[in-house]
Design a protein around this ligand. Structure first.
Ligand SMILES: Cc1ncc(COP(=O)(O)O)c(C=O)c1O
Length: 401
């Protein structure tokens, strides 16, 4: 038990205390403890004798058994993430966000099952449905992210899982998660959410009735663009199935990377507040510019998802999009390449701002992206937003030629 197991604690305090169990941070023989769970690197675990070896063959999650089952550095991160999600039984860690998503769907679906996948999902999530899952006999229907309670009409007897991602990748539609969860529950269907954008700080998914919540820790939890990892956090009912599948799939994470993730986690609350405030300031500035068609940011009052976002989320993170009114591919390229504070690169959630061109029309199948204006995605970092705004103004000047 670490101090953050206390459910009365607020999330920022849990972030500081999570996973710091005394048995992992202190050794009475040394007369004291350290602040952070040290990096325990291990493949082999040594047993005292044969009786000990036999006894630990049925090890619990947090008893040293074999390197792949983790060490205290790994458990500290898993515990800290579990403690952030009221209603969670445990957290499993994977080498990337994509690995976590794929492992979760593999664990919960079997040949002959039907999956409802949100049409605005991250593209590799779609690719998994159309690739391996299809090969293994799981049928996917992609659904409108704005379907809300009408998802009930898409549920079939063989539907076993509804996958959500909110706001959607690239297009930032906000899903009515409570309505979808209610429809799923009434038919005995499980729900799984990619919660990378909000993290449990802005949307505690399990408390909203979701069964499994996934994060690409690569993004905001790591926060420094130097490590990759993914997590699945689940309710008690789903946990045994996920853990058993994880053991069979055998994906293990490095304790060094867990230490980096734990370091990021401690400052997540302050970073998210800064990312959110700066992104909103930039989004408001963009919305007032003549060069901009639409700004896709749910915290803006006029955004189509604003009402549901304001009802369900306690804040916004730093990722959003906007269109360049009447521009074209060449104009978008001139705009992006003129920026000096925004690196051109995928991923997001790090301390540094990023920009990428995005083309959602290429990947949708249930709903369609028909806006002819080119779309740009920004990940707003921890720089002073005034410098970012000045940079974007330079980009617009370059775009005009
Ligand atoms: C919404 C979302 N989910 C999952 C992932 C995959 O995470 P990872 O890069 O850690 O595999 C990403 C990566 O960009 C993402 O944007």
């Amino acid at each position: 038990m670490s101090k953050s197991d206390d459910d009365s604690l607020r999330p920022a305090t849990k972030l500081v205390q999570g996973g710091r169990r005394p048995e992992w941070t202190g050794d009475p023989r040394l007369g004291g403890g350290v602040v952070n769970p040290p990096v325990w690197r291990a493949s082999t675990i040594l047993y005292d004798n044969i009786a000990d070896l036999k006894a630990r063959g049925h090890a619990t999650h947090d008893q040293l058994y074999y390197g792949r089952r983790g060490t205290p550095t790994v458990w500290a991160l898993a515990d800290a993430l579990t403690e952030l999600e009221p209603g969670a039984e445990g957290t499993l860690l994977y080498p990337s966000g994509v690995a976590a998503n794929s492992a979760g769907m593999l664990a919960l679906l079997a040949p002959g099952d039907h999956l409802l996948m949100v049409d605005s999902a991250y593209e590799p999530t779609r690719a998994f449905c159309n690739g391996l899952l299809k090969r293994y006999g799981v049928e996917t229907t992609f659904y409108d992210p704005l379907v809300g309670g009408a998802i009930a009409e898409l549920i079939r007897p063989e539907t076993k899982l509804i996958f959500l991602e909110s706001p959607g990748s690239l297009t930032f539609e906000v899903q009515d998660i409570p309505a979808i969860v209610a429809a799923a529950r009434s038919r005995g269907v499980l729900t799984m959410l990619d919660n990378t954008w909000a993290t449990p700080l802005l949307f505690p998914a399990l408390a909203h009735g979701v069964d499994v919540t996934m994060m690409s820790l690569t993004k905001y939890v790591g926060g420094h663009s130097d490590a990759m990892m993914g997590s699945l956090t689940a309710t008690r009912a789903v946990w045994p199935k996920l853990r058993s599948a994880a053991y069979q799939l055998g994906q293990a994470v490095s304790p060094d990377d867990c230490a980096l993730m734990l370091r990021g986690l401690r400052t997540l609350d302050v970073r998210m507040a800064r990312h959110g405030a700066s992104a909103l300031a930039v989004a408001e500035w963009l919305a007032a510019r003549g060069e901009v068609g639409r700004v896709l940011h749910p915290a803006l009052a006029g955004d189509p998802g604003h009402e549901i976002w304001a009802r369900d989320f306690s804040g916004a993170s730093g990722l959003f999009g906007f269109t360049l009114k009447g521009s074209d591919e060449a104009g978008r390229t001139r705009f992006i390449e003129a920026l000096s504070h925004f690196g051109i690169g995928f991923s997001w959630g790090g301390y540094e701002s990023l920009v990428v061109p995005s083309n959602p029309a290429d990947i949708r199948t249930a709903t369609f992206w028909t806006d002819p204006d080119p779309l740009v995605r920004l990940s707003i970092g921890l720089e002073d937003p005034a410098d970012l705004i000045a940079d974007l103004a330079r980009g617009f000047a370059a775009m005009a030629g």
